[in-house]
Design a protein. Structure first.
Length: 323
């Protein structure tokens, strides 16, 4: 009996995955078109690493250090005061940007307050960011799905890899350890228990990789605009819960949301990562511009993150279904 039940569960999961795959494949052309349109709003140009090194663009002046070659001195700048200065260029060497668009079941949620689902927004941003980065001379990869590439057809390659991925879709990449000096952009609703998120971030940053944590949420997940008798479902497990008077839950929900966000921000700060919250009722180019400006910043905290570093369970509620 148990074996038969397990077989039915497996068949149901396979059908659901196949249906989700067909739905995603059907929406891909629209998402690709939208991502290219959004990418075009960002100034393309050369995307520097914002660190001193070999390159063509000026980065900063610094004090001359005894023993350096005299030809490196910028005499015009040095003539302004009593010190000698060296003119440093920006490091423009290509490096690898790893993008993780969360495709787990909770990402398909879209309330009436949103422009699109969290999944559609996540993929649009991932595609657009990849195009901007490749245009700037960087390489882009998808953990476990696509090797880093600098191809101008990067969006098509990403879409192909995602559509034909038959495996389980976890919220965050499992067993992923990027090479040193890589940068990682995690696009997810980040509703997993903080212990799971902490473990994943610690592993990813083990080699000193810089990172950017982006929480993509539906406005209903922020404001909890429900009242009366409402049935909520947890898309990851299928569990259901009914609220007799949903408005009475709002204060507790907002308090848990605040604590969860604080813990996410603390984890990002611990690893010298950036942390951004993006709502799907906001324009997608807002997030793209913010990420474009942060990638490769090379701030001192992130640069020093070069060695291994050694709750609250906020569920992925599928909101807004009247009971």
């Amino acid at each position: 009996m148990a074996e038969g039940s397990a077989g039915r569960d497996e068949l149901r999961a396979t059908r659901l995955a196949s249906g989700a795959g067909r739905t995603l494949a059907a929406s891909m052309p629209r998402l690709i078109l939208e991502s290219r349109k959004i990418a075009a709003t960002v100034i393309h140009g050369l995307h520097g690493r914002r660190r001193a090194g070999s390159g063509e663009n000026f980065w900063q002046f610094r004090r001359y250090v005894s023993g350096e070659e005299a030809r490196r001195i910028d005499w015009r700048r040095s003539a302004r005061d009593d010190h000698l200065y060296v003119r440093e260029q920006e490091w423009e060497a290509a490096h690898t940007i790893w993008l993780w668009p969360d495709r787990s079941p909770s990402m398909t949620f879209a309330s009436k307050l949103a422009r699109e689902s969290k999944l559609d927004r996540t993929l649009t941003i991932a595609f657009a960011l990849a195009e901007v980065m490749v245009e700037a001379g960087e390489r882009v990869g998808l953990p476990g799905l696509m090797r880093p590439t600098g191809s101008r057809a990067v969006i098509d390659r990403m879409a192909e890899a995602i559509i034909h991925d038959p495996r389980e879709r976890p919220s965050l990449p499992k067993d992923f350890a990027p090479p040193m000096l890589s940068e990682v952009v995690l696009l997810s609703d980040l509703w997993s228990p903080i212990e799971e998120t902490r473990a994943t971030l610690t592993q990813i940053s083990g080699n000193g990789s810089q990172g950017h944590l982006v929480q993509i949420v539906d406005p209903a997940e922020e404001t909890f605009p429900y009242s009366g008798r409402v049935e909520f479902s947890e898309p990851e497990t299928g569990q259901m819960i009914t609220a007799g008077r949903a408005e009475n839950w709002r204060a507790d929900y907002e308090a848990r949301l605040k604590r969860h966000r604080e813990e996410l921000a603390a984890e990002a700060k611990r690893l010298a990562w950036s942390f951004t919250i993006h709502r799907t009722d906001r324009p997608a180019n807002e997030l793209l511009i913010a990420l474009h400006g942060r990638i490769g910043e090379g701030n001192e905290a992130a640069v020093s993150n070069r060695r291994p570093r050694g709750g609250l369970a906020l569920k992925n509620m599928q909101f807004g279904r009247p009971a």
